[in-house]
Design a binder for this molecule. Structure first.
Ligand SMILES: Nc1nc2c(ncn2[C@@H]2O[C@H](COP(=O)(O)OP(=O)(O)OP(=O)(O)O)[C@@H](O)[C@H]2O)c(=O)[nH]1
Ligand SMILES: [Mg+2]
Length: 428
C-alpha cells in the first residue's frame, strides 16, 4: 500500500487491521465489513500498513488462535505498526493479552468509532456526549483491568482493593458530572446558531455515509466559492467555512459520516456529532453513486430515518457523487431504481469538479429567502425583548429610539413575517 504523498492525515499512526470471521459466513458480506473497517480507520486518520484475518470461533484469551496472534506480533514488528485495530469486540482479558504479545496498543472497532466521534465533535455538547460514551464503555472494564493486574502481580500496585474501588468510583463520579453538564449545554449550541444567523449566515451541512465523498465535496465547493474571512467561525468550528454564494453568506460544515449498525450505547454520541446537521437551513445528503443501487437505496433510507424526526421543514438536496466512475446508461439505470427516494438529485464528481456549477445554483435556490423590512416597535419592555430577538435572528441595519423604536431589518422572510404578526395588534 502506498502511504506516501497522497495521504494527508493529521494522525498518521501506522496500524494493522484484524478481523476474525465465523466459519460458514458469507464471504461477500465479510469483505464489506472489512472494507468498512478500512474506511473507519481512514476516517480516524490512521494509515493501515497490514491486514490479518482468521476464520474460527472466538478464543476467550486471544480472540484469534494463539499461532495467529504470534503472526500478528511478527507483522507489528516487521511493519513498525503503532497500533492494532480489531473489528471484533474485545474483552478486557483479550485486550490485555494481545497487547502484551504484540507490544503495542490494541483497540477494537468501538473504541475506533469513539476516537472518530471525539475528533469530529464540534460543539461543547457533542464533546460531552462522546466523553460520556467513552466513560460508560470503560466502567465494566475498570474492575476487570484491576483484577488482571492483581493476577499478574504487577509491582507498584499495592493496596489494589482501594485502587479498584476508587477507579470505578472516579469513573462514576465523572459520568454523573457530565450528565448534569449536558443538561445545561443545550443552550450554548442554540445560541451559537442564533449568533450565526445574527450575522446573516445561512447554515449548510454535508451529511452522508462515511466514504461518500463529503470532505472532497466540501473542498470542491470551497474552491469554487469566495471565502468570507471570518476567523471566529473557523476557530469555533474547525470543519466550517464561511462562503459567499451569489451574494448570500453561508456557513458550510462537513460532518462525521453515518456508520452502519451502531450499538445502542453509541447512538447518543453519534447523534450529537450530527448536531450541526440538525441546526442547518439546508442539508446536502451525499451519496456514493458508484455503489450498487441496492446499497444506495438502503443508505438513503437509513439516512432519511436518522435525519427525519429532527429536521422537519429543512430542505435536503441529494447529491449523487463519484459520477466520474459511471457512464450515462449506468446512471440512468441507478435513477430508475432510486428515483422515488431522490427525485431531483444533483449529479457531481467532487474529485473531478464536475457538476459544481449546477450544484451551486441548486444550493442558492434552496437557501431560505431573506428580505428587508422597516419595523416599528413599541418603546417598552416588550418592544425591547422583541428587539433582542430580532438581533438574534437577523441583521439590524439601523435602530432609532424615540416614541417608538424604528428598525431597518433584514432576516429570513419567515422571521420578518413572525415579527410583523407579533407587531400587528399594536399597530391599531
Ligand atoms: N472517483 C471518485 N472518487 C471520489 C470522489 N469524491 C471522493 N472520492 C474518493 O472517495 C474517498 C472518500 O472521500 P472523502 O471525501 O474522504 O469521504 P467522506 O464522505 O468525507 O468520508 P468520511 O469523512 O470518512 O465520512 C476518497 O478516496 C476520495 O478520493 C469522486 O467524485 N470520484
Ligand atoms: Mg470526511
Amino acid at each position: 500500500m502506498n502511504i506516501s504523498a497522497e495521504h494527508k492525515f493529521d494522525n498518521e499512526d501506522r496500524v494493522i487491521l484484524v478481523k476474525r470471521t465465523l466459519p460458514n459466513s458469507d464471504p461477500e458480506r465479510e469483505e464489506n465489513l472489512f472494507k468498512e473497517l478500512r474506511e473507519l480507520a481512514r476516517a480516524a486518520g490512521y494509515v493501515p500498513v497490514g491486514e490479518l484475518t482468521q476464520t474460527r470461533y472466538p478464543d476467550s484469551r486471544y480472540q484469534l488462535g494463539r499461532g495467529k496472534i504470534e503472526e500478528l506480533a511478527e507483522l507489528v514488528r516487521s511493519t513498525g505498526a503503532e497500533k492494532v485495530i480489531f473489528y471484533n469486540k474485545l474483552s478486557t482479558t483479550q485486550l490485555f493479552n494481545i497487547s502484551e504479545i504484540c507490544g503495542c496498543q490494541v483497540i477494537d472497532k468501538f473504541q475506533l468509532i469513539l476516537e472518530i466521534f471525539a475528533k469530529r465533535a464540534t460543539t461543547h455538547r457533542s464533546k460531552l456526549q462522546v466523553e460520556l460514551a467513552r466513560l460508560k464503555y470503560e466502567v465494566p472494564r475498570a474492575r476487570a483491568i484491576v483484577s488482571l493486574l492483581k493476577k499478574e502481580e504487577r509491582a507498584g500496585f499495592m493496596g489494589l482493593g482501594d485502587y479498584e474501588d476508587s477507579y470505578e468510583h472516579d469513573l462514576k463520579k465523572r459520568i454523573a458530572r457530565i450528565e448534569s453538564e449536558l443538561e445545561s449545554a443545550k443552550k450554548d449550541d442554540e445560541s451559537l446558531r442564533a449568533f450565526r444567523h445574527m450575522k446573516g449566515f445561512s447554515l449548510i451541512s454535508l451529511a452522508g455515509y462515511t466514504n461518500a465523498g463529503k470532505s472532497t465535496l466540501f473542498n470542491a465547493i470551497v474552491n469554487e466559492s469566495v471565502e468570507v474571512k471570518d476567523m471566529l467561525f473557523t476557530t469555533l468550528v474547525p470543519m466550517t467555512r464561511a462562503l459567499d454564494l451569489g451574494g448570500r453568506k453561508a456557513l458550510l460544515t462537513d460532518t462525521v459520516g453515518f456508520i452502519e449498525d451502531l450499538p445502542h450505547w453509541l447512538v447518543d454520541a453519534f447523534k450529537s456529532t450530527l448536531e450541526e446537521i440538525f441546526l442547518s437551513d439546508l442539508i446536502l445528503l451525499v451519496v456514493d453513486a458508484s455503489e450498487k443501487p441496492e446499497t444506495i437505496l438502503q443508505k438513503l433510507s437509513t439516512s432519511h430515518d436518522t435525519l427525519w424526526d429532527r429536521i422537519q421543514g429543512v430542505p435536503v438536496i441529494t447529491v449523487l457523487n463519484k459520477t466520474d466512475l459511471l457512464d450515462k446508461s449506468e446512471l440512468d439505470s441507478i435513477m430508475e431504481q432510486i428515483g422515488y427516494m431522490a427525485p431531483n438529485p444533483a449529479f457531481v464528481s467532487a474529485k473531478e469538479g464536475i457538476g459544481m456549477t449546477a450544484l451551486k445554483a441548486e444550493i442558492i435556490r434552496h437557501l431560505p429567502a431573506w428580505s428587508f423590512c422597516p419595523l416599528s416597535l413599541p418603546n417598552s419592555e416588550k418592544g425591547m425583548s422583541l428587539l433582542s430577538w430580532l438581533y438574534e435572528e437577523g441583521i439590524v441595519h439601523r435602530v432609532e429610539y424615540g416614541e417608538r423604536i424604528l428598525v431597518d431589518y433584514e432576516a429570513r422572510t419567515e422571521i420578518i413575517n413572525r415579527a410583523q404578526a407579533l407587531l400587528e395588534p399594536r399597530e391599531d
